[in-house]
Write a protein that binds this ligand. Structure first.
Ligand SMILES: NC(=O)c1ccc[n+]([C@@H]2O[C@H](COP(=O)([O-])OP(=O)(O)OC[C@H]3O[C@@H](n4cnc5c(N)ncnc54)[C@H](OP(=O)(O)O)[C@@H]3O)[C@@H](O)[C@H]2O)c1
Length: 287
């Protein structure tokens, strides 16, 4: 058996995948743009190799001795570079790619994962697609600032429900697929929680657990875009995020699938459990 290459370890999902794999004592290497920075951040916990999807000269070394890859697509990465990495993986003998994708990707041609999945299939590398629902952790990532400063959830979703999934659960499935590639070969798993919620319901859960009133603002798409661009987000990103939330508003993101429980034998983490676990991140910062 060769090594598992984990990409995106300095990000949200990759970090949890590496953490999950570490428990199983596997041979693993983590591909990062800045090895020195990662070594400092993780203090000798992992082995690192330079990997930059936009620098093809890093590919050979990053894939040396690797036979399985956890592949995370960093938003905005040019397709030609990212796809060159996929084809190089094939050439170097990678025999399984676990790719983090997005739920309902087959209906979303404007989402980069739609194209990336097709290229992975074309490459001929056996794969597992993890088509993940809405990360519950969006509440402590891009929604954090508005929650801490204004006690509000600021997304243009109307009363649309979405199928939240805790990224710790995604990472657990990712690790299982990399440890048992044959069993998970060419599978497309749709990872959701076991209940779809709208953002009014999420605000109520947060209000209960945090002990202070959290509102759901429900801006229009136009208000959302204007506000996010005033905050300094780039138009391309705001349009993509706006588009995905409109999909939710139209009631198209609410589907729940049993895949997580079928694979792991347990029920996925609830939004309530997540808010308990992360409670401290929404504390008001007092200056
Ligand atoms: N948010 C959701 O609800 C949701 C749902 C389903 C799927 N997804 C998908 O999940 C993915 C994002 O996952 P995440 O939140 O874990 O990502 P993240 O926290 O934004 O991390 C991105 C990672 O990619 C690395 N990276 C960036 N550019 C790179 C490059 N050129 N070469 C190599 N590595 C590079 C970053 O490393 P550095 O330290 O070098 O910057 C970082 O480790 C996206 O593909 C998104 O579409 C999201």
């Amino acid at each position: 058996m060769g090594k598992i290459l984990v990409t995106g370890i300095t990000g949200n999902v990759g970090r949890e995948v590496a953490e999950s794999l570490k428990k199983d004592n596997v041979q693993m290497v983590c591909g990062v743009r800045n090895v020195e920075k990662a070594q400092k951040q993780f203090q000798g916990e992992y082995e690192f190799v330079t990997l930059d999807f936009v620098n093809r000269e890093t590919f050979d070394q990053a894939l040396e001795g690797v036979d399985r890859v956890f592949l995370n697509y960093p938003p905005e990465t040019p397709f030609n570079d990212f796809h060159a990495f996929i084809y190089k993986s094939k050439e170097k003998g990678v025999r399984h790619l676990t790719y983090l994708s997005v739920k309902d990707v087959q209906f979303l041609p404007f989402v980069p994962h739609h194209k990336n999945e097709k290229v992975i299939v074309q490459s001929g590398i056996p794969f597992t697609f993890l088509r993940a629902g809405y990360f519950t952790q969006n509440l402590n990532m891009f929604l954090l600032d508005e929650l801490v400063k204004h006690d509000r959830i600021y997304v243009p979703c109307g009363k649309g429900k979405t199928s939240f999934i805790d990224l710790r659960d995604i990472a657990e499935v990712a690790a299982m697929t990399l440890l048992n590639p044959n069993k998970n070969q060419n599978k497309k798993y749709v990872l959701t929680g076991n209940k779809a919620l709208d953002f009014y319901e999420v605000a109520d859960i947060m209000t209960r657990v945090l002990g202070r009133k959290i509102f759901y603002s429900n801006p229009s798409l136009k208000e959302f875009k204007t506000y996010m661009m005033q905050k300094g987000y780039e138009a391309k990103y705001v349009n993509l995020v706006g588009g995905l939330h409109t999909f939710t508003k139209l009631g198209m993101a609410k589907g729940i699938k049993p895949d997580f429980t079928q694979i792991t034998g347990r029920i996925p983490r609830t939004v309530e459990a997540y808010v308990h676990d992360y409670k401290a991140v929404w504390d008001k910062v007092v200056f």
